[in-house]
Write a protein of this length. Structure first.
Length: 132
């Protein structure tokens, strides 16, 4: 797949932006009730705590502004969500069984973004360029 190598930075930027946008949708769903809202009985700390992190960190990752720390917080939130919302209640650590696949995928996608940084097409890159 060497033909993709020259495009690696742009593909990574698209990955970061799309992951951030998808994560923001979960925050919008929780905090503002968009996209069908949350089912009755969801605890407030999930709606406002996790929802605020999803919305805020998702937006920062999309913009590439403080993307690494935002992604690290989002990764930890998804690890917490996997155990609290899927593994423990279902008494099963296997994501396909406890329906926690999305939390695991987000956890590791954000961990990758946290280690890689914002990359091109980001506010962080623009701020670095302005300092030069």
């Amino acid at each position: 797949m060497r033909f993709l190598h020259p495009h690696a930075e742009r593909i990574y930027a698209l990955f970061r932006i799309i992951i951030g946008l998808m994560f923001m949708q979960h925050g919008l769903q929780k905090v503002f009730g968009l996209f069908g809202g949350m089912p009755p009985g969801v605890p407030a700390f999930i709606i406002y705590g996790a929802g605020s992190i999803e919305l805020g960190c998702g937006a920062l990752v999309v913009l590439g502004l403080f993307a690494a720390p935002a992604a690290f917080l989002a990764s930890g939130t998804m690890a917490f969500a996997f155990f609290l919302g899927h593994a423990i209640p279902n008494k099963n650590l296997i994501p396909i069984v406890n329906q926690g696949e999305l939390a695991v995928i987000y956890c590791f996608a954000f961990l990758y973004i946290a280690t890689h940084g914002a990359g091109i097409w980001s506010a962080d890159a623009a701020r670095r360029g302005a300092k030069s």
